[in-house]
Design a protein around this ligand. Structure first.
Ligand SMILES: Nc1ncnc2c1ncn2[C@@H]1O[C@H](COP(=O)(O)OP(=O)(O)OP(=O)(O)O)[C@@H](O)[C@H]1O
Ligand SMILES: [Mg+2]
Length: 447
């Protein structure tokens, strides 16, 4: 019992709530409606070595690493480099030969292995479910160990099945052999999340599923993580999966040697060495387009006019301000056109939705924004907010500037004294490109 008390100090509010039998979901809902709060725990490796008996070389030869609370860190590296070994040392399935691992400041060697594993979700390839237990019973293993009552457990099981896209009615009473490989894998993910642990370890959790299910599971994991902010360590062989899911990526070579530990942006923009370059593979600049969103780019604010405005006034204002192109908004502030003011004809601005007008949501990736630009005759695209309202205009030039700035910032950060890169330090483009989009829109007009 004294051990449990110390455990609880390192545990999350959600976890402590279990003792008083408060529904975990209440906490989740409360946080997701506001800003989601970190419920994960910090994990620190300090010079951790694992040498298996009878092996000449260490599987992990002195790993030091800090994993911030609430982040997803992806472990990647060639087969046999020590990923699984590193992961299993966190929940003491394997004990290190030397060095220490702490969770929220407490060395794991001071916790009982069983207690530790109840606080750490573990998901492995194929799900590795207990074959003689139903789906529901498999998911309820840790809640059972924690002494949850039946009603709370049943509710949690159904909620998790929904979360991983399996209809509870259909699947909760099945046995693992009555599920496909991908379905078993999803049950494995649900089981790892069941007791709402602050730390989740995943070892190639989406390894054996088809690409479509894999994408779905990845997207589910992203949205779950946006809400829950656990500390997740996930091993993968797939660098694209790592780039998509990770707040940070740890690239390992043989013997658990850290080649680079950085944000996806920095790994793409400034690979630390040839090993990382090879591992990331070709097309890193293109890959980085999928990592940034229009929200990250400083977009320009084109002059706007309203449907029904006097064209004489619009043209006079445009001449006075030097702006040649204007965005036409409808009565609800949604863009309907992007035109050269001088080309407007008639008395009043019409609600003329041109087929060619391309708009993208402000949360779109730069990939999607470029796609829209390539599909429009403009070198620019009108950006909209959540309700389709006008936000600004993004140009090809602004996106290029953003990518270049990101690369330069990543490189100088890597070469500079400031070795500890942070995910939010991505540079934004300067605003000098206001004129650029006008010229590009202009070119588009001529076509
Ligand atoms: N129980 C064991 N006894 C002896 N050596 C082991 C044991 N488990 C792993 N190893 C060795 O330790 C090294 C690291 O293994 P580990 O399983 O951590 O690699 P991995 O990075 O997870 O590889 P993979 O991508 O193939 O899963 C390998 O050389 C492996 O052969
Ligand atoms: Mg492995």
């Amino acid at each position: 019992m004294p051990d449990n008390t110390t455990e609880a100090q390192g545990a999350t509010p959600v976890e402590r709530a279990d003792d008083v039998n408060t529904d975990v979901n209440t906490d989740v809902d409360a946080t997701s409606s506001q800003r989601s709060e970190v419920t994960g725990a910090e994990i620190v490796f300090d010079n951790v070595v694992k040498k298996y008996p009878g092996q000449a070389k260490a599987a992990v030869g002195g790993m030091s690493l800090r994993i911030p609370a609430g982040e997803t860190v992806m472990f990647v590296g060639p087969s046999g480099c020590g990923k699984t070994t590193s992961l299993k040392m966190i929940n003491r399935l394997i004990d290190p030969t030397s060095g220490t691992i702490t969770i929220d400041g407490k060395p794991i060697s001071e916790s009982k292995a069983d207690d530790l594993r109840r606080r750490i979700g573990y998901v492995i390839q194929g799900g590795s479910l207990f074959p003689h237990m139903t789906v529901a019973d498999n998911i309820a293993v840790v809640p059972g160990l924690l002494g949850w009552d039946k009603a709370k457990t049943t509710e949690r099981v159904d909620e998790l099945l929904d979360m991983v896209g399996l209809d509870p009615e259909r699947y909760r009473d099945r046995f693992p052999r009555e599920l496909s490989g991908g379905q078993q894998q999803r049950v494995g993910v649900a089981r790892g999340l069941a007791a709402d642990p602050p730390v989740i370890l995943m070892d190639e959790p989406f390894g054996a599923v088809d690409p479509i299910t894999r994408t779905r599971l990845q997207d589910e994991m992203l949205s779950i993580q946006r809400q829950l902010r656990k500390t997740i360590i996930c091993v993968t062989h797939d660098i694209d999966e790592a780039l998509k899911l990770g707040d940070r990526i740890l690239i390992l070579s043989e013997g658990g040697k850290i080649e680079q530990y950085d944000t996806p942006e920095n790994i793409l923009a400034a690979p630390a060495n040839e090993f990382v370059e090879d591992f990331v593979g070709a097309g890193s600049a293109l890959k980085s387009l999928a990592l940034s969103r229009l929200d990250d780019v400083e977009i320009a604010d084109a002059p706007t006019v309203r449907v029904g405005d006097s064209i004489v006034d619009v043209q006079r204002n445009a001449t006075a301000s030097g702006a040649r192109n204007v965005v036409v908004l409808d009565e609800r502030g949604r863009p309907v056109d992007f035109v050269t003011a001088a080309k407007l004809r008639g008395e009043r601005v019409e609600n003329r939705r041109r087929e060619a007008l391309q708009t993208v949501d402000h949360r779109a990736t730069l990939n999607d924004a470029l796609d829209a630009m390539l599909n429009s005759s403009h070198g620019a695209v009108v950006v909209t907010g959540g309700r389709g309202e006008y936000r600004g205009v993004a140009s090809f030039q602004q996106i290029m500037t953003h990518i270049q700035d990101t690369h330069e910032a990543a490189e100088s950060r890597r070469h500079g004294a400031d070795a500890e890169a942070t995910p939010d330090s991505v540079a934004v483009a300067n605003t000098s490109s206001h004129t650029d989009f006008r010229e590009q829109a202009e070119e588009g007009e001529e076509q």
